[in-house]
Ligand binder design. Structure first.
Ligand SMILES: *[C@@H]1O[C@H](CO)[C@@H](O)[C@H](O)[C@H]1NC(C)=O
Ligand SMILES: *[C@@H]1O[C@H](CO)[C@@H](O)[C@H](O)[C@H]1NC(C)=O
Ligand SMILES: *[C@@H]1O[C@H](CO)[C@@H](O)[C@H](O)[C@H]1NC(C)=O
Ligand SMILES: *[C@@H]1O[C@H](CO)[C@@H](O)[C@H](O)[C@H]1NC(C)=O
Ligand SMILES: *[C@@H]1O[C@H](CO)[C@@H](O)[C@H](O)[C@H]1NC(C)=O
Ligand SMILES: *[C@@H]1O[C@H](CO)[C@@H](O)[C@H](O)[C@H]1NC(C)=O
Length: 215
């Protein structure tokens, strides 16, 4: 009987000669399955990390990016309008109502300080207006009007356009600079200035803006 036990093991092994191998195969398969599961888990974590990094990156590149607001003249009207087209004594005396726009592309407030806008005729200042401090909301354009008197009183005769007496338009340039800060999510504040440099042509006979371009 004592010889029977190992014999029986032997026998059972002989009955199923692959029993041990089967066990090993099962163990290896189980190990493989666990490895695959771990791998899968790791892949999910890695994919999530990549996804999260992407989200943060996109967030940093869009929402948290501070862009320069655009400051420009949107339209203008002129009244009263006195223009003397004389060869000997040319002059103009025009009141302008200009609608200005501060376009804030940021995902946060743009608060700017008070400033001035200056108007130039052939690089000679002919008028100016005050710009009150204010704020432009996130991703919107703040519009407001300013009025100024444009007078050629300071323009020497020799600086007048040689064609002024015969011209149909008056060309003017407006220039300004806003200093302020962009506030993102109420925690991040960044100083941001923006410049205006617009040229406009006034049609003398219609007394209206003929062209307007800002850069
Ligand atoms: C401008 O023209 C208006 C009439 O259109 C006149 O009342 C005013 O005195 C003029 N102003 C100047 C400065 O010439
Ligand atoms: C600016 O003035 C013009 C008329 O002079 C008016 O039509 C326009 O609505 C005004 N804009 C603002 C923002 O008040
Ligand atoms: C304006 O045009 C007239 C003729 O239409 C001409 O005689 C005169 O010289 C011109 N003046 C200027 C400053 O070009
Ligand atoms: C931002 O601008 C203010 C004045 O408006 C100034 O006192 C401050 O030093 C500026 N900050 C930076 C970081 O440039
Ligand atoms: C404004 O723009 C004009 C051209 O439109 C350019 O000649 C001029 O130098 C600019 N001025 C400033 C202060 O950027
Ligand atoms: C100025 O306005 C008048 C009347 O609206 C028009 O006939 C003329 O062509 C305009 N001139 C220019 C240079 O746009």
């Amino acid at each position: 009987m004592a010889e029977n036990k190992p014999a029986s093991v032997y026998t059972s092994s002989q009955v199923n000669p692959y029993g041990r191998v089967d066990e090993e195969v099962a163990m290896v398969a189980e190990k493989e399955a666990r490895r695959k599961k771990r791998m899968k888990c790791f892949m999910y974590v890695a994919a999530f990390v990549v996804f999260q990094t992407g989200v943060i990156l996109i967030f940093a590149l869009t929402v948290m990016k501070v862009r320069t607001p655009k400051f420009r003249v949107r339209s203008a009207s002129f009244d009263p309008f006195n223009v003397t087209k004389s060869n000997t004594n040319p002059s103009f005396d025009i009141s302008v109502i200009a609608e200005l726009g501060v376009k804030n592309p940021n995902f946060g407030l743009y608060k700017y300080q008070s400033s001035t806008i200056e108007f130039y005729y052939r690089n000679i200042k002919v008028g100016e207006a005050r710009i009150p401090r204010a704020r432009a909301k996130a991703r919107s354009t703040r519009k407001f009007n300013v009025t100024a008197v444009l007078s050629s009183a300071n323009v020497p005769r020799e600086d007048f356009d040689a064609q002024f007496a015969n011209s149909t338009v008056i060309s003017l340039r407006s220039q300004s600079r806003l200093r302020g800060k962009v506030e993102l999510m109420k925690i991040m504040k960044k100083n941001k200035s923006t410049n205006m440099n617009c040229t406009m042509e006034i049609n003398i006979s219609s007394r209206q803006l003929r062209s307007l371009s800002c850069r």
